[in-house]
Write a protein that binds this ligand. Structure first.
Ligand code: DC
Length: 222
């Protein structure tokens, strides 16, 4: 049985970066499911499909080929064979991803693919609905949070380092809007699984968060 770790939490809780380092230390792969929704969001924007047209977005999702590939342990997300990993990290794509992620048929396509990937090998999977929907039998479920201000501060520094012009206030506002959309959608909203361990990283360092996850994973590893 592969080891599966479900890591869920809101925007900017640091899931992707801690997931990557934790998976590396455990010697397993990291699946960033947000990247998959981002690929869907990107393609919706590229094709000029109205994000609020659920039927059109769902039809696109059901015919689109999204793949995940690993090169030296790092995930690449592909759309119709094209590596879009570098194109999906903009605020516009973030918002588009959150919007198309509201649709049941889009989620079904993604959930099926995520389950298939996690059945083939041990993985640490991060997202919003991993513990509640994608992998309810995961060996370990963690819900990672931090205050909205701290999450916005971290995200702002990341965007600044990339040379993007967004202000802290814009980042905070966008983050709250996206959290609201992710937590209040009808299908598989962001919420902790009943048996998830809660980890508040507001006053923890990156290393402390990773150390905690590695220790919890070792507790549950066969
Ligand atoms: O983790 P992220 O910020 O890269 O995710 C982008 C969006 O995708 C997020 O706002 C909501 C959606 N998402 C989701 O609905 N379910 C997941 N498992 C992962 C992401």
């Amino acid at each position: 049985m592969p080891l599966t770790i479900a890591l869920d939490g809101p925007v900017g809780a640091g899931k992707s970066s801690v997931a990557e380092e934790t998976a590396r230390r455990l010697g397993i792969l990291h699946l960033d499911t947000g990247a998959m929704y981002r690929a869907m969001g990107l393609q919706t924007l590229r094709l000029g499909i109205d994000l609020t047209d659920e039927e059109a977005v769902s039809r696109m999702a059901e015919s689109l080929r999204v793949d995940v590939r690993y090169t030296q342990g790092a995930q690449q997300t592909l759309v119709e064979g094209e590596d879009v990993s570098g194109l999906i990290r903009t605020p516009e794509v973030s918002m588009a991803a959150s919007t198309v992620a509201r649709y049941a048929r889009v989620r079904q396509v993604m959930v099926d693919l995520q389950r298939r990937l996690a059945s083939e090998q041990s993985m640490l999977v991060d997202g919003r609905d991993i513990g509640t929907r994608v992998l309810p039998q995961a060996s370990l479920k963690v819900f990672l949070t931090a205050s909205a201000e701290e999450r916005a501060r971290r995200r702002f520094l990341e965007l600044q380092a990339k040379g993007l012009p967004d202000t802290y206030e814009q980042v905070l506002e966008e983050l709250k809007k996206r959290d609201d959309q992710d937590m209040h959608r009808a299908v598989d909203p962001l919420r902790p699984a009943e048996d998830a361990r809660m980890l508040d990283s507001t006053s923890l360092s990156f290393e402390e968060v990773v150390d905690t996850l590695v220790a919890w994973a070792r507790e549950v590893s066969p």
